[in-house]
Design a protein around this ligand. Sequence first.
Ligand SMILES: Nc1ncnc2c1ncn2[C@@H]1O[C@H](COP(=O)(O)OP(=O)(O)O)[C@@H](O)[C@H]1O
Ligand SMILES: [Mg+2]
Length: 256
Amino acid sequence: MFPGEIDVQPSTYLDRLGTIFARFGADTQDSGNVSYGVQTGAARYFVKTAGDPANTDPYLDFDGRVALLRNAVALAESVVHPALPALHAVVESSAGPLVVYDWRDGDLLHLNSGSAHERFRALPVEEILAALDTLYDLHADLDAAGWVEGDFYDGAMLYDFPTRRLTVMDLDTYRRGPHRNDMGRMFGSRRFMAPEQLSLGAPIDTRTTAYVMARTALVLLSEPPPALYAVLQEATTTRFPSYAAFHRAWLSARAR
Ligand SMILES: Nc1ncnc2c1ncn2[C@@H]1O[C@H](COP(=O)(O)OP(=O)(O)O)[C@@H](O)[C@H]1O
Ligand SMILES: [Mg+2]
């Protein structure tokens, strides 16, 4: 249903394909990417592009933005999980790829994007824990496929309050395999970042993923049950040797 390539601008193509009902551009995103919600028949898609090739305001130039989109495609092709919007197609254009995902309903849990963050934190603890279980299960799959966390924060989560479904998106800066911090202060929100993500040359690996996931729970849970709190504390102080070790400790504390 999607062509391999188009010879018009992304928005022109999407206008012809159906109805553009949402647009995420410079007014909300500092990435330089421009994304669209598109409805065609009964289907709704989230279509992400690298935006205007001439836009050099963002941190990443057009080629850098395209490279991250292709990285996101590699991630989506290597891990299929209910928390991830399914990848439908990659359509090539002179403005870079159009990456076509499922549209997911939900509110962005980002602290600075409205009231959903506080509304989520006010949910019954078991409901928050169920969402964290999903997030951690997804990261078990990502970790097993070699993906290392990058720039994860509450703005990468959509929560659909009526159905209690968590969606995780915008994992474009995850990297495959352990690597070294080549930026100094890496992309990311300070509340979620591991110390090595602030230190040039430091190793970034599965342990980093464990730290950031534990920070996420500490940000989202106002009162973690004691057994879980102990795991989250360990993950952010003495640290776990791997994401898998953190996840095992989380699951066994959950079962208590
Ligand atoms: N699959 C999706 N379904 C619905 N909305 C989405 C989806 N993925 C992302 N979004 C929304 O689009 C916004 C921009 O997408 P994102 O991937 O974060 O792009 P950027 O690279 O510009 O940060 C997100 O903040 C979120 O609100
Ligand atoms: Mg984003």
